[in-house]
Write a protein that binds this ligand. Structure first.
Ligand code: ARG
Length: 572
């Protein structure tokens, strides 16, 4: 149990002995000179029990035992508390060996995180990166809390791309057995690479734009793939596989890995069941099948959820409904979390309401859309290439890599240097991407992001590298924490408070909290480092103290980077 939690349990007991019932929270102090932590219970208790807050605060304070020092009451009844050094030291000696002590696990839930969302046979764009980064971090935080978490990339593998690519291949190699409707045998492996797909897609797309008949053919093939025409389906499956292997490489670069590589196509088989369940709620509108999902309290108009198009084919939303049904059947999760662009918010409102109303999921199942904002260019508009096209993720990574390359030290050579540059590039992009609250839009600024100072990935990494280098150069096996000055105590108090920050990141699905925390911790450490010459310290005991602190800070940074899915470097 974390020290924060343990203390809260104790404080709740104290309240109970005094005849009060309240779930108190220990929060870090807004005025550190008054105490390390703060307890804001007197005001709400005063309301509840009709006493003055000051009286209540005094009664509480009188009861507290020796684990605290410097207990005082401020203003109308804020209680300020500091932990005794003994308590802090004992706890830090646990934390230095076991990060998990900071985390208060609750009952384990099964959570599916739907993130990534790349589209097969198309390049990943910058929006997909936000989903990947935020989703991976959310997943790891939820895992830390002891949940069973399953990440699903929910590949966009149905849509125009299939028709485009198959029609193009038909022109190039019309004799392939995939196109023969009478072919009964096994299909061969198709000889295509990602580059082929990348070359074929724009060709088809331009041709279809210029030629009505070609566009009609594309639509027809797309429909037939969805309807399961054997040859087309097999061909498309293989194309999706080829493209997925490439997409996976990009996700690997971002340290994102998915437990499931399911796609929209995998949902198709479940659509008949879903339609049966939803039938009582569906009605016809302009030939399409829709369902009302608005409620009285709606502040804005929520249009009906379209479940089938007028031609009887499925929509993006239909596949989401069927995927929910599939997930319930296969994994019976307590929660399904979607990390998807906020511009799809309405989609999810409709799909979630439709699922609850029709009974596709139980009321207790938590369907949640954790939306995110856009990555913008310096003009404040969604990031585009110079000619106005969608910015590809790989281009964006290259821009940052160029900046980082200028900064990495020359004395690192050859292969290692390339590896450091790559890791730092990813750290830079990921930290910058995770730093703003997820729903906030932000401007992509490669120069600012790759600076070694300020709230940046390189700054955090630099601090970690500094810690590691100190530890490498000063052999020590037995790390033992103690407190010899205020700066050190402040850092340990900061570490105690990490439990609150982790919990905040968890319940609000907001990894940005951890980015802020990392920055503050690094700042404290660097200030300490600049004031004291660790390596030259003659007093062995003092030096061991500094090294233990360094060890703890580096351990915390490492663990948090791991949670954020940012790989560390040894030198930079
Ligand atoms: N492929 C979609 C897109 O690129 C994102 C998928 C999000 N997940 C979902 N279950 N709808 O916009």
């Amino acid at each position: 149990m974390s020290l924060i939690k343990d203390t809260e349990v104790y404080l709740n007991d104290v309240l109970e002995e005094l005849g009060y019932c309240y779930d108190c929270k220990l929060v870090s102090s807004s005025v550190p000179s008054l105490g390390q932590f703060q307890l804001n219970v007197a005001m709400p208790l005063a309301k509840k029990y009709h006493e003055t807050p000051r009286d209540i605060a005094s009664k509480i304070v009188d009861r507290l035992d020796g684990r605290f020092t410097n207990v005082n009451i401020a203003g109308p009844g804020f209680i300020n508390l500091s932990f005794s050094d003994d308590i802090i030291i004992k706890y830090m000696n646990e934390v230095i060996n076991d990060f998990d002590v900071l985390v208060d696990k609750s009952k384990s839930k099964t959570i599916i995180v739907d993130y990534g969302g790349a589209n097969a046979a198309k390049s990943l764009h910058v929006g997909h990166m936000r989903s990947a980064n935020i989703g991976e971090a959310i997943k790891r935080v939820a895992k830390l809390y002891g949940n069973k978490v399953i990440g699903d990339v929910h590949l966009g593998d149905l849509g125009r791309q299939s028709g485009m690519l198959i029609s193009e291949l038909m022109l190039e190699k019309p004799d392939l057995v995939f196109f023969d409707p009478n072919y009964q045998g096994e299909y061969p492996k198709i000889d295509l690479t990602v580059d082929d797909l990348g070359r074929m897609y724009p060709r088809a797309s331009i041709a279809a734009k210029e030629d009505q008949a070609r566009m009609e053919q594309v639509r027809q093939i797309t429909r037939e793939v969805e309807e399961g025409r054997r040859g087309y389906l097999e061909l498309w499956r293989q194309m999706v596989e080829i493209s997925s292997a490439d997409i996976k490489k990009v996700y690997d670069r971002l340290n994102c890995s998915f437990e499931l590589w399911d796609g929209e196509m995998d949902a198709l088989n479940y659509i008949p069941d879903v339609l049966k369940i939803m039938k009582p709620y569906l009605y016809e509108s302009d030939g399409a099948m829709v369902m009302d999902v608005k409620i009285d309290d709606d502040k804005k108009e929520i249009p009906p959820l379209m479940v089938l198009k007028s031609d009887g084919s499925s929509k993006y939303e239909t596949r989401d409904l069927a995927t929910i049904y599939k997930r319930m059947k296969k994994y019976n999760p307590d929660c399904i979390w979607y990390v998807v662009d906020d511009r799809q918010a309405l989609n999810f409102v409709q799909v979630f309401r439709g699922s609850y109303k029709s009974g596709l999921v139980k009321k207790e199942t938590e369907l949640c859309h954790f939306g995110f904002g856009t990555i913008n260019g310096s003009d404040g508009k969604p990031f585009k290439t110079r000619d106005g096209g969608v910015m590809r993720l790989s281009d964006l990574l290259d821009m940052v890599k160029n900046e980082i390359r200028k900064k990495v030290r020359d004395n690192i050579d050859g292969e290692e240097k390339e590896e450091v540059i790559e890791k730092l590039t990813i750290a830079t992009v990921k930290y910058a991407d995770l730093l703003p609250y997820r729903q906030t839009d932000y401007i992509f600024d490669p120069v600012k992001f790759s600076s070694f100072e300020g709230k940046t990935g390189p700054y955090i990494m630099y601090t970690l590298v500094r810690c590691k280098s100190i530890l490498r150069n000063n052999d020590m096996i037995d790390y033992k924490i103690s407190i010899v000055n205020d700066a050190i105590r402040d850092m340990y108090v900061k570490v105690i408070n990490l439990s609150n920050e982790l919990y905040r990141a968890y319940v609000n699905a907001s990894p940005n909290v951890l980015c802020e925390y990392l920055f503050e911790l690094c700042n404290l450490y660097n200030k300490f480092y600049n004031d004291i010459n660790i390596s030259n310290e003659k007093d062995i005991e003092l030096k061991n103290n500094y090294l233990s602190l360094t060890k703890l800070v580096s351990y915390i940074i490492s663990n948090l980077l791991e949670v954020l899915a940012i790989e560390e470097v040894e030198r930079m």
